[in-house]
Design a protein around this ligand. Structure first.
Ligand SMILES: [Zn+2]
Length: 290
């Protein structure tokens, strides 16, 4: 079983310290509970997912990807934008389902009037299939998800240049001469670093193979108990433990973080139920995130 380090850093303001975990070369921080709040960040990538709450330390994020506009996922958006303005930071970029853009703009405008302060930010409406190049090394792709309201998921890819195989036997000088003559000697090579599901049925995993291949998958598993039957859960646009049990062989991820548990369960009921149904916890790669 792989062991992950838990890291606790001192925050400047201890309003709320979310759980942190280092997996490979990335730190995952956040919290998610259905109907309570959902928010995540990966500081090394400077990317956040959802903004149901906004710990003071999270305001440094220059961009947040919103999965959908249920209240527990966006409630702290005005606070996030306002704090960055107050601290004279660059206005943030917020990716969100395209259907929600005008209502979120109206929400921010109303807050701006109530707060007597501007809320400068860039709202970018996204649709499944879109791609955004955010740096030389990173690309975000938008993937379809299936929830009760318009929703999307995201995969963050690291991209590298790799020499094309047909030139692998050439010397450094020969490759340089070819490149100077205008030949494309390398091709782009992408590694899915993080996949973020947001709220969805399991269909979103099955239809986007990158979700099962990402090094780290952050996903919801709102329901675990037998008394909450999986077919009913699918109608609400959520995932049941049964879905994961059936698909154990599909997960190629180094770590699968499951969260967004229904508030009807105590933590112990969740961990007891999951360890009973999947004793090897996906070979130790399954992480229950409370
Ligand atoms: Zn939701």
């Amino acid at each position: 079983m792989e062991v992950f380090d838990e890291v606790f850093e001192i925050q400047t303001l201890r309003d709320h310290i979310p759980r942190q975990m280092v997996i490979g070369n990335l730190t995952i921080e956040g919290f998610s509970r259905a109907a309570v709040q959902t928010y995540w960040r990966i500081p090394e990538l400077k990317i956040g997912f959802d903004v149901g709450s906004q710990p003071w330390s999270f305001m440094g994020l220059p961009r947040i990807c919103l999965s959908h506009t249920h209240m527990d996922h966006i409630l702290s958006l005005p606070a996030y934008v306002a704090r960055r303005r107050m601290m004279r930071m660059v206005p943030p970029v917020i990716y969100l389902p395209s259907e929600a853009v005008s209502n979120v703009r109206n929400l921010l405008a109303a807050y701006s009037r109530l707060d007597y302060g501007a809320l400068p930010c860039e709202l970018i409406g996204v649709n499944a299939g879109d791609e955004f190049i955010i740096s030389r090394e990173l690309v975000i792709s938008v993937v379809p998800t299936f929830h009760s309201i318009p929703s999307v998921g995201y995969i963050v890819w690291e991209r590298r240049k790799k020499l094309r195989e047909e030139y692998s036997s050439l010397s450094g000088n020969e490759i340089r001469d070819l490149a100077l003559s205008g030949v494309e000697v390398s091709r782009e090579w992408r590694i899915p670093k993080i996949a973020y599901l947001g709220d969805s049925t399991v269909r979103a995993l099955d239809e986007t193979p990158g979700m099962y291949d990402a090094e780290i998958l952050i996903m919801e598993m709102s329901f675990v108990a037998r008394r909450h039957q999986s077919d009913k859960i699918h109608k609400y646009g959520h995932i049941h433990l049964d879905d994961i049990v059936k698909r154990q062989k599909n997960f190629n991820n180094k770590a699968v973080i499951v969260s967004h548990f229904s508030a009807r369960y105590a933590d112990k009921e969740i961990s007891d139920t999951v360890t009973r149904r999947m004793p090897n916890m996906l070979d130790g790669r399954l992480i229950l995130w409370f």
